[in-house]
Design a protein around this ligand. Structure first.
Ligand SMILES: CC1=C(CCC(=O)O)c2cc3nc(cc4[nH]c(cc5[nH]c(cc1n2)c(C)c5CCC(=O)O)c(CCC(=O)O)c4C)C(CCC(=O)O)=C3C
Ligand SMILES: [Fe+2]
Length: 396
């Protein structure tokens, strides 16, 4: 067995063994860096779903508007450098590499280079704090596929990869949101002196919508979920923590953004624009948008919020502010390094920071976590083909 087994662990698990990691790999979504990149990038994102280029061109519009450049890669370069600097500040020698799912530098090449340099075990830090298909499971599939090309025909895998747990309720993630939300509300109140926060303002936490059919169903072994999808439960828990600390007494809600797919398919609701449209009738006059589902101000933030949602607010005469994402906030960067060290050192579960009754979240996902039956079948088929190719090679 030379494949990683992260996808097939029967139940979610903690990994409390210490590991000597050779490198940290920051794993991002990837984005285009010029007009010529836009369609190839969107083909990568929608790979295997046969979406025609005409339809892709509709989404491309968002990117075209910004010269075909998503800021996400530059943000991840900066985060990589900030992580490296924080490790150096703590006197820890650990190279930080960076790879993406959908654009160069592609993950399989980055891991291939790491193996070629003699690295044997690396820790992967995804740029997503929540359990979801896109933010958790799909990154694990990406890792498994990349490793299938590296760990070929050997008794012992050349490269072993671990992945940092979802960090939605880690202080390093929550505290920057708390500080930024408090600051944005204060700014709004300076700009609109007749607003009173508790009376006039609504805080809307927002995250990427996903189809209801796979809204983060997690294994049955997590009592705190009480049957709710992990994705929604984690967002509600994080939002409650941020709101309680940043703006006690101000009403808040959770909305969703950036849905795609056919209208016949149900996705998590309400859409943030629909949620905003309800507010004037409720007497609300100011809106604070907190994109808690994202860690940097990338295209889903710049377009879907700063362009569309803020336009919706303006049309309705609502004063509004969008709270900045953690980005390279030093508190966030330090928290991420704490998560890395926790895993390296095999910190006991009771000593792992987490601020909600859901945490600390598991290190290794259970077999059915965050996936759809269709995607599970497709992923299994891909891995089977890879394993088959390997054993054919091994028997030559
Ligand atoms: C949960 C989630 C996150 C958060 C967790 C995570 O970070 O992963 C996220 C992040 C992001 N999503 C992004 C961009 C896109 N997402 C798409 C499509 C989709 N996302 C989905 C979900 C998520 N997405 C889903 C269910 C789809 C449809 C089906 C599918 O494709 O699986 C499409 C295709 C076109 C379209 O369908 O609209 C694009 C271009 C970018 C990059 C922004 C930039 O470039 O700056 C980022 C960070
Ligand atoms: Fe997961």
């Amino acid at each position: 067995m030379t494949l990683q087994t992260v996808l097939t662990a029967p139940t979610a698990q903690f990994d409390t063994e210490a590991h000597a990691y050779d490198a940290l790999v920051l794993l991002g979504f990837g984005g285009p860096e010029g007009q010529d990149d836009v369609i190839p990038f969107l083909r990568n994102v929608t790979r295997g779903r046969g979406i025609p280029d005409e339809r892709l061109e509709e989404v491309a519009h968002h990117y075209r508007h910004f010269g075909g450049v998503s800021p996400i890669n530059e943000q991840n370069r900066q985060l990589r450098d900030a992580l490296q600097a924080e490790l150096e500040r703590r006197g820890i020698e650990l190279p930080v590499l960076w790879g993406n799912r959908n654009w160069a530098p592609y993950l399989p090449e980055v891991l291939g280079d790491a193996a070629a340099q003699g690295h044997e075990r690396v820790l992967v830090l995804p740029t997503s704090a929540f359990a979801s298909y896109s933010g958790c499971r799909q990154y694990q599939e990406n890792l498994d596929e990349a490793l299938a090309g590296i760990n070929t025909a050997t008794e012992r895998p050349r490269l072993v990869v671990d992945k940092v747990r979802p960090y939605f309720d880690h202080p390093g993630f929550l505290d920057p949101w708390i500080t930024a939300t408090r600051r944005s509300i204060a700014e709004l109140l300076v700009r609109e002196p007749d607003l009173e926060a508790a009376r006039d303002v609504r805080v809307i936490f927002t995250t990427h919508s996903v189809p209801n059919s796979y809204s983060g169903a997690f294994g049955p072994d997590h009592e705190a979920l009480a049957g709710q999808g992990a994705y929604e439960a984690q967002h509600l828990a994080a939002a409650a923590e941020i709101a309680a600390a940043a703006c006690p007494g101000v009403t808040w809600e959770l909305a969703y953004q950036s849905r795609s797919g056919p209208p016949s398919q149900p996705w998590l609701e309400p859409d943030i624009n629909d949620a905003i449209a309800e507010l004037p009738a409720q007497g609300v006059r100011g809106v604070v948008i907190v994109p808690v589902g994202f860690v940097s101000d990338h295209m889903e933030v710049l377009w879907d919020l700063d362009t569309e949602a803020l336009d919706t607010c303006a049309e309705l005469g609502l004063a509004a502010v969008r709270v900045p994402t953690p980005g390279i906030d030093p508190v966030y960067v330090a928290g991420l390094i704490d998560l890395v060290l926790e895993r390296r050192d095999g910190t006991a579960v009771a000593d792992r920071p987490s601020r909600t009754n859901l945490g600390p979240w598991f290190d290794v996902c259970g077999a059915g976590c965050c996936e759809t039956p269709a995607r599970a079948a497709a992923a299994a088929a891909r891995l089977n083909r890879a394993a088959h190719a390997q054993s054919a090679e091994a028997h030559q």
